[in-house]
Every structure is written in structure tokens, then in C-alpha cells.
Design a protein around this ligand. Sequence first.
Ligand code: FES
Length: 168
Amino acid sequence: MNDEILVTCRINGEDVTLQGDPADSTVSALRARGLYGVRETCGLGVCGTCTVLLDGEPVSSCILPLYAMDGRTIRTVEGAASGETLSGLQEQFIESQAFQCSFCTPGFLASAQALLDQTEGELTRQQVEDGLQGHLCRCGSYEAINEAIRICSRNRESTPGGAGCAAS
Ligand code: FES
């Protein structure tokens, strides 16, 4: 008996149909499509590395089953850039040297973008820390990550239209 299901969803702006076991993880389904920016580490939903945006909200894709993707919109780090052009937030991570090995970076970027999308004005250090709860960086780049996000929030304050470097 074939227990596989078909799931239709939108990934990085593209409507796709996925096939697999309903209990397959979203991180596996995304990586099978070549989206290698989504990385699995703990497999328990506690380290933040595999975070993607599901309908704009950060979720751990390692514990999100395939069936839960049906009808949803997913954005990975690959979808944050526009072709070869990085998002403002991605550029600021580079500018602030907000990573070392970068293994954790796609997950941090997803939650940071959600934080910027869902807030206004210049963020405090504490607000950024709260928004990034559950993300681990084994290289200890927390200070630079926090700074990059605060710079983005400050820039949107001074940019006409409020987009600043939070624009995605
Ligand atoms: Fe290496 Fe965060 S930059 S784990």
C-alpha cells in the first residue's frame, strides 16, 4: 500500500507539488528540492538552525511534517535574495561580520527578518535577544548578529518609506 501524499504549497514564490510520506520532515523535503540553505542539526526543534518562514512566521522545519506544508507559503534563505542581489538584512550580516562558520546563519536570518517585518522603529538589544530566542550559534557570534539586526531596525527608521535594510 502506498501511503505517500501530495502536498501543494508555495516555496520562495513558486507553486510546487511535493510527494512523500506525510511524516517526512519539511527540512528533508526542502533539501530534496536543492534548497541546501535549510540545515538540520538537532532534529528536535530546539537549536534554530533549520528555521524557515511559514506564512511569515519562523518555524523549525525539522519538526514540521510534510502534511503541514499543504496550502502554506514557505520562504527559505534562498528566497530572501532577489537573484544575485542579497536582501538588505543579508548584506548587513556580511557588513557586521555576523557569522563565522555560517552554519546557523540561514536560521538566524529567517527569524531576524520576521522580527523586522513584525515590528516598527529601532529595536533594543533585549528586543532582538527576545526575537532570536531558541537560536544557537556555536561560534558565539551573538553580539555581531544582534548588532546587524539593530542596525537594520535603525536604518528603516531613517529611510523614506521605512524600509531601510529590513527590505526583503
Ligand atoms: Fe558558526 Fe553560528 S556562525 S554556528
